[in-house]
Design a protein around this ligand. Structure first.
Ligand code: NAD
Ligand code: DAU
Length: 355
């Protein structure tokens, strides 16, 4: 019994693989990842001597590779996390998002369908394709609107969310048309160890420690629902074990906060844990030009996964953000290593001209 995980060298994928294999009785993982700028084998260094982890450097868009891996390893489930994941990058260069998130998911679905169709009856019934998606497919909420349920209409606003919405529709159609036993999860904003410092929380921690400006887009009153990555991993495990094929499960942290509040919390924790003789880190906060098409509010109604599968987040935001700041303080070398030349080019592209 094996799992095939795509995107397992990225932020959530590597947390998932590490979490899964922390159990000595866990099934092996074949980890397929293209190692884009966001993929990092160092995230998986702790598994170097673990025979249950097979890393494969490759693209979900390569059909022959997928066919070979499926035939050789005969997984009982595919967990699909590989994606281009950063909204700002999707605004600057949407092509890669269509290629991986739409075409790549299509190629993966077709390879998996061919493999699954040929399985013996019991293995076919037990097989699962778990698609990891996002709350951004539902679009933006008014301040007083109820949180997104699984019935909320799709209204993606960025090239990233449109590409993820397209992939969700493909996954749904492969279930309805071909009977592929799929599970889809739509999760809110994750944070935690190993997150690439292009995303809000690790970017703010890294910039603060370097004495650089903390760039808040627009008025900073955009609301996100933050979930600790370990809780997302436990939700994925729960859905894989007990979810009903064809169903969608929204995953969230019951923790809506405006971006400004998040940045102030990070500054407060750094003031406590790594005081700066120059004064509070909040002095570095700068308001910059807004993200085009910026969604104002996301919020997840996670009652279905709680009611039907018994999952709830284990961390509060206070406990999760404290762990996260501790992790980044203890892993300065990891941060320095990922702030390569291409990272610096990205920072220059994204923040130049925001004023
Ligand atoms: P990430 O950008 O950190 O990692 C993505 C990984 O996918 C990288 O390791 C990258 O190398 C790999 N990859 C990219 N293109 C590939 C390709 N063509 N073939 C194989 N591998 C490829 O992303 P993340 O934040 O870990 O997100 C993982 C998944 O979870 C994504 O599908 C994302 O849409 C979804 N998601 C993310 C969040 C969040 O807050 N980060 C929230 C909800 C859902
Ligand atoms: O909601 C789930 C989504 O959360 C995932 O599907 C995406 O993969 C993930 O990247 C994340 O998308 P966001 O756009 O919400 O995340 P990001 O960290 O880029 O931004 C969070 C908020 O902070 C958003 O309102 C934009 C704002 N922001 C971000 C950056 C990078 C700033 O104000 N300044 C910044 O420099």
């Amino acid at each position: 019994m094996t799992l095939l995980v795509t995107g397992g060298a990225g932020f959530i994928g590597s947390n998932f693989v590490l979490d899964w294999l922390a159990d000595p009785a866990a099934e092996p993982i074949v980890n397929l990842d293209a190692l884009t700028y966001a993929g990092n084998r160092q995230n998986l260094a702790a598994l170097a001597d673990d025979g249950r982890h097979l890393f494969v450097h490759g693209d979900i868009g390569t059909r022959e590779l997928l066919d070979r891996l499926l035939q050789e390893h005969r997984p009982r489930a595919v967990l699909h996390l590989a994606a281009e994941s950063h909204v700002d990058r999707s605004i600057h260069g949407p092509g890669a998002f269509i290629k991986t998130n739409v075409e790549g998911t299509f190629t993966l679905l077709e390879a998996v369908r061919a493999y699954w169709s040929a399985l013996p009856h019991d293995a076919r019934a037990a097989f699962r394709f778990l698609h990891v998606s996002t709350d951004e497919v539902y679009g933006s909420l008014a301040p007083d609107a109820p949180a997104f349920t699984e019935q909320h209409p799709y209204a993606p606003n960025s090239p990233y969310s449109a590409s993820k919405a397209a992939s969700d529709h493909l996954v749904r159609a492969w279930h309805h048309t071909y009977g592929l036993p799929v599970l889809t999860t739509n999760c809110s904003n994750n944070y935690g160890p190993l997150q690439f410092p292009e995303k809000l929380i690790p970017l703010m921690i890294a910039n603060a420690l370097a004495g650089k400006p903390l760039p808040i887009y627009g008025d900073g009153q955009q609301v996100r629902d933050w979930l600790y990555v370990g809780d997302h991993c436990s939700a994925i495990r729960t859905v894989l074990a007990r979810g009903t094929p064809g169903e969608v499960y929204n995953i969230g942290g019951w923790n809506e906060q405006p971006n400004r509040a998040i940045v102030h919390t990070i500054c407060g924790l750094l003031d406590e844990l790594r005081p700066d003789p120059g004064g509070t880190y909040a002095r570095l906060i700068t308001h910059v030009k807004d993200r085009p098409g910026h969604d104002r509010r996301y919020a997840i109604d996670a009652r279905k996964i709680e009611r039907e599968l018994g999952w709830r987040p284990g961390e509060t935001f206070d406990s999760g953000i404290r762990k996260t700041v501790h992790w980044y303080l203890a892993h300065a070398a990891w941060v320095a290593a990922v702030q390569s030349g291409s990272y610096r080019d990205w920072v220059a592209t994204n923040y130049a001209g925001r004023g």
